[in-house]
Design a protein around this ligand. Structure first.
Ligand code: 6XA
Ligand code: ZN
Length: 343
């Protein structure tokens, strides 16, 4: 399987995020992508290519223009105020507060963020746009007739909604790629999110649409991040009603429970008649993940890949979470190798 990768991911290296009331080093680090790339090479998955630049147009198909312009200028405006530490928000536009977009950069940072764990740094814009290019280059390959591709996207994307960042995500790589597949003639696209955390951003982007099916298997938001979205009764709205499926599972759920949910999701994708599949591939479902609570073992990721292959669809994998840095490469490549073995 082809891998698309860009060194520019290193330009996103947040210093800290707010955890348990203190600023701690970010779990989402450049070493994650380095480990995945090393495993891709070591296990001879296939060629590794650089992304092609796609510009802002495909991003603006999915994201709000004001949000995109904010991200483009945020670091410069933030640092011009004399700050040299990561930009993090310190309050949110919550119930009964004025809804207008603030003018000042600090207010905008609060307006366009979901959490206090997504630092904007000097290299964020470049890294985030390169990550989108990685996903879009993978989508190009599918449009060109390839069966599958692996977009080694970092920073990840599935928490980024139309107009906000969060959960280490700035642009929603998987959603932008799914939209590109739609724009290039694929009529029905499914996005399956297997990361431990609900893909709130992807859900937000496609919630009113029937041409992109969104499904997510994740830790129950009653106790797990992102808390405000990912419940089973969120089924889509308007045209999109019946095209959104959430499978929240209790934190600590066992492997067979997880695979049962996967089978239910795969059944829905088959019923939908998808022409292509985008997988938001987080491996923080791993039993050793430091911030998540499912129990998949390294060999289980091979099974996941094999089950995805059984759909017989052109498939684009986009990397999302996974913070057990030592095993992350094997866990990711196991999915891809399991897929290839069944293709
Ligand atoms: C709070 C936890 C962010 C979760 C990020 C993630 N800092 N999302 O893995 O899939
Ligand atoms: Zn995650």
């Amino acid at each position: 399987m082809l891998t698309i990768y860009s060194d520019s991911h290193r330009l996103q290296h947040g210093r800290s995020e707010l955890i348990d009331g203190t600023l701690k080093p970010c779990f989402e680090t450049p070493s994650r992508a380095d480990m995945v790339l090393a495993a891709v090479r070591q296990r001879d998955l296939g060629d590794v290519v650089h992304p092609r630049r796609h510009g802002l147009e495909p991003i603006l198909r999915v994201h709000d223009e004001g949000y995109v312009r904010f991200l483009e200028t945020a670091w410069q405006r933030w640092s011009e105020m004399g700050r040299d530490y990561d930009a993090l928000p310190k309050m949110w536009q919550i119930r009964r507060l004025r809804e207008a977009v603030p003018e000042y950069v600090e207010g905008q940072l609060c307006y366009y963020s979901m959490d206090c764990g997504t630092p904007i740094t000097a290299g964020t814009w470049q890294a985030a746009t390169a990550s989108v290019d990685v996903a879009l280059t993978g989508a190009d390959r599918l449009i060109g007739g390839e069966r599958a591709a692996f977009a080694l996207t970092r920073p990840p994307g599935h928490h980024a909604a139309r107009d906000y960042c969060g959960g280490y995500c700035f642009f929603n790589n998987a959603a932008i790629a799914a939209q590109a597949l739609r724009d290039h003639g694929m009529h029905r696209v499914a996005v399956l999110d297997v990361d431990y955390h609900h893909g709130n951003g992807t859900q937000d982007i496609f919630y009113h649409r029937s041409d992109v099916l969104f499904l997510s298997i994740h830790g129950d938001p009653r106790t797990e991040y992102p808390f405000f979205l990912g419940f089973a009764d969120e089924k889509g709205d308007g045209e999109g009603l019946g095209y959104n499926f959430n499978f929240p599972l209790a934190a600590g759920s066992c492997v067979s429970t997880w695979f049962f949910a996967l089978d239910c999701a795969l059944e829905q994708i088959a019923r939908f008649g998808a022409e292509a599949l985008v997988v938001s591939l987080g491996v923080d479902t791993f039993e050793g993940d430091p911030i998540s609570r499912f129990q998949l073992g390294t060999p289980d990721f091979v099974t996941l890949g094999a089950r995805l292959a059984a759909l017989k669809l052109p498939t684009l994998f986009c990397l999302e979470g996974g913070y057990a840095v030592g095993p992350i490469g094997d866990n990711v490549v196991n999915v891809l190798a399991g897929f290839e073995a069944r293709s």
